[in-house]
Design a binder for this molecule. Structure first.
Ligand code: NAD
Length: 440
């Protein structure tokens, strides 16, 4: 009896490259066919993925469908609706010196074999949404799920090969050793979502092969609350956006930035909103998620004494549960303000007026998202003009990333490049310049 040895990363990449070279992934029919199969996987086996997401993160089925499964289905539908348009060559005016019979255009070519490395917090969506773009662009794709969400990783490794063309799409599971081995290979693009420290490792490895990268990173996304805003509405929207997935969302509002009087008025309203949205006991509500692992649980509970607890504060290590928590009187130099929180803790920090708030934001790394709650058009315009962030949300956290026609990505420490909708197709394509001059 012979035992099959698992395929080595180099062999997987070689196999995908051989497929790409045959030209099989390039026709529009192959691309749309794969996207339809992926859609079938999500509709037929969505419950398998939802169960895995529950095992990894305590995600309720409702949240799993809303934020991961249906989200990806929408991304597929949007791509199927528009792909023909996006791929149409774009004519360019030709300068007179080339003659009236010359033509010029640009067209999108697939890149080849691309690598997608996903994180654990939305372990299905953040692997599958880039995959949609990579397939739409006609590439062979290697996807690497996060080992920190092992049930979802195993479900994806089982389901994707059952639905997709296995010569062109491969799943490699594993942690640092497997990812390190993969990064030694030559890819035509690497799409990484995760933290900036690993982002640097990815970019260094990519540099060896001159491989372009997209880095979808994180950071502290502020929520600025202006004086004179309807604070009940603000509190309700913050309570929903911040504590989704127990705060483990890259674009979650990391902290509230406001003036001292508004902070005082907001505190009781946030406490009320948390209870209204997540129930008196979120631990037993069946809708509220859990922290991914003990390491993050310990890190997060270590941040709880960075301020006065307005609501929440309770935790249960056995259950990896941390209550939705709001902290007031937080010193900007305290531990909770020195790192991306990435958990269900919302500190309120105060700044002196709009100038102080803008300076506070600009003194720190460029955030992945910036949220502004203000009735003043002038304030909104000033913040847009005087700060830099991956995305900007007026009045509603998180929602910008659900607009398929908007590019989603960071700037500076929060990342480089972007995706979603046509931007995904562009990310995984080369825009080739073509000039044609008749020979006679
Ligand atoms: P993670 O620990 O799951 O790591 C992400 C990937 O990197 C995994 O596939 C992992 O195997 C790989 N990896 C880890 N260490 C490595 C190493 N030393 N060498 C090579 N590969 C390695 O996820 P994470 O980084 O903890 O994710 C959380 C971070 O991701 C947060 O900062 C969050 O803001 C950010 N994030 C960003 C987005 C976005 O879209 N911009 C989305 C989600 C999360």
């Amino acid at each position: 009896m012979t035992t099959a040895t698992p395929e080595q990363p180099a062999d997987v990449v070689a196999r995908l490259r051989a497929t790409f070279r045959t030209g099989r992934t390039k026709p529009a029919d192959w691309r749309t066919g794969q996207l339809r199969r992926l859609r079938e996987m999500l509709t037929e086996r969505g419950d398998d993925l939802a169960a895995a997401l529950h095992a990894d993160l305590g995600k309720s089925a409702r949240e799993a469908y809303r934020t991961e499964i249906d989200f990806t289905v929408r991304e597929i539908d949007h791509t199927l609706d528009h792909l023909d348009d996006w791929l149409r060559p774009e004519p360019a005016p030709v300068p007179a010196h080339l003659g009236a019979d010359a033509r010029a255009w640009s067209q999108y070519d697939p890149l080849g074999v691309v690598l997608v490395i996903a994180p654990w917090n939305y372990p299905a969506q953040l692997l599958l949404a880039p995959l949609v773009g990579a397939l739409a662009a006609g590439n062979a794709v290697l996807v690497k799920p996060s080992e920190l969400a092992p049930a979802t990783s195993a479900a994806l490794a089982r389901l994707l090969p059952a639905y997709l063309d296995t010569d062109a799409v491969a799943v490699v599971e594993g942690g640092i050793p497997q990812t390190t081995a993969l990064l030694a290979e030559r890819f035509d693009h690497i799409f990484y979502t995760g933290n900036g420290a690993v982002g640097r490792i990815v970019m260094r490895a990519a540099a060896e092969h001159l491989t372009p990268v997209t880095l979808e990173l994180g950071g502290k996304s502020p929520a600025f609350v202006d004086r004179g805003t309807d604070l009940a509405v603000v509190a309700d929207r913050l309570a929903r956006g911040k504590f989704l997935n127990a705060g483990q969302t890259c674009v979650a509002p990391d902290y509230v930035l406001t003036d001292p009087e508004t902070a005082a008025a907001l505190e009781p309203l946030l406490a009320e909103a948390v209870e209204k949205v997540h129930g008196a006991d979120p631990q037993t509500s069946g809708e509220y998620g859990r922290i991914i692992n003990e390491r993050h649980f310990d890190r997060l509970t270590g941040l709880l004494d960075s301020g006065r607890v307005v609501v929440g504060g309770r935790s249960d290590r056995q259950d990896k549960y941390i209550a939705p928590t709001v902290l007031a009187d937080v010193d900007p130099a305290s531990p909770v303000m020195r790192e991306e929180i990435f958990g269900p803790i919302l500190p309120i920090v105060t700044a002196d007026g709009l100038d102080g708030a803008i300076a506070f934001i600009n003194d720190r790394d460029k955030p992945l998202a910036l949220y502004v709650f203000s009735e003043s058009e002038e304030t909104r315009a000033r913040i847009a003009a005087e700060t830099s962030s991956g995305g900007l949300g007026y009045g509603l956290p998180l929602a910008h990333l659900t607009v398929s026609d908007l590019p989603f990505g960071g700037v500076g420490e929060s990342g480089m490049g972007n995706y979603h909708g046509r931007y995904s197709m562009e990310t995984f394509s080369h825009r080739k310049a073509v000039l044609e001059k008749p020979l006679s």
